[in-house]
Design a protein around this ligand. Structure first.
Ligand code: HEC
Ligand code: HEC
Length: 214
């Protein structure tokens, strides 16, 4: 059994991977309504997306003290194994209420416009798909994320505490939103999902280049 994350390796005598990852479940519950909690659900997300995020935390492109500390000394192979494990679990059931507040009708119009038409920056749906369920590879679904998590990620891109591989299109997208738009689009998206379905392939030109896709 591997007690210290920093001493974990891929060696088989450290116990079953599932046991070793029990520590993750304390924050990333995979059965509860994840929309209510800040830590996002990770079960059933695409392996390449999860792997890239684990690398980002380990290598300091994405800052969160718990995540950074846990992953510090883990190898690429081990992070890929963890990503594969979670990608093969069933997707969390996201039905239930989100943490989003009720939007005024003017805010609801703005939220929909930002997601589906775009304003100063491109519409979220041009990359995340018309149903916002991502491309199943490197562009994540926005389904099941809490409003506070979405807002925090957009804020982190603006302030430079979250980076994706260059060119980092999300940094540009987040920087083009005003503070009010950032808040409204986060609330609108957290409202938007009611039932499950699988991500669809997206077959359009990206409005900005994204390193995550290369
Ligand atoms: C103390 C609570 C905690 C523990 C334990 C924890 N995480 Fe996290 N994790 C978080 C939080 C909070 C975030 C979001 C942080 C942010 O804003 O970037 C996160 C983010 C992530 C993400 C990015 C998800 C996404 O959609 O972009 C992945 C992947 C992840 N964690 C995997 C793991 C794995 C694997 C473990 C076990 C080795 C683990 N976490 C343990 C709290 C935790
Ligand atoms: C040009 C393409 C593009 C556009 C437009 C775009 N995104 Fe993204 N988005 C991405 C990519 C690529 C990632 C994955 C980045 C990474 O690897 O960290 C991402 C990731 C995210 C994440 C992180 C999800 C998680 O689980 O942590 C959020 C939140 C997000 N986008 C919200 C938005 C919102 C809101 C909009 C519209 C205002 C938007 N995106 C528009 C390409 C795009």
């Amino acid at each position: 059994m591997c007690l210290l994350w920093s001493s974990c390796t891929l060696a088989g005598d450290l116990g079953d991977l599932k046991q070793r990852l029990a520590a993750c479940e304390s924050c990333h519950k995979h059965t509860d309504n994840a929309q209510q909690s800040y830590a996002p659900s990770i079960s059933g997300k695409p392996v390449e997306y999860l792997y890239q995020q684990l690398l980002n935390y380990r290598d300091g492109r994405r800052l969160n003290s718990s995540m950074n500390t846990m992953l510090t000394y883990l190898s690429d192979d081990y992070l890929h194994e963890i990503a594969s494990y979670y990608s093969e679990l069933p997707e969390t059931d996201f039905t239930g209420e989100s943490d989003a507040r009720k939007l005024s009708s003017a805010e609801a119009i703005t939220g929909k416009e930002l997601v589906h038409t775009g304003a100063t920056g491109p519409a979220c749906s041009t990359c995340h798909g018309s149903d916002l369920r991502g491309d199943g590879v490197a562009i994540p679904s926005l389904r099941g994320l809490s409003a506070k998590y979405i807002a925090a990620q957009l804020g982190a891109w603006r302030t430079g505490t979250r980076h994706a591989l260059a060119p980092d299109c999300m940094k540009e997208v987040a920087t083009m939103l005003t503070g009010d738009e950032l808040n409204v689009v986060s609330q609108w998206i957290a409202h938007a999902f009611e039932e499950a379905s699988t991500p669809q392939a997206i077959d359009v030109e990206m409005p900005l280049p994204c390193g995550a896709l290369q």
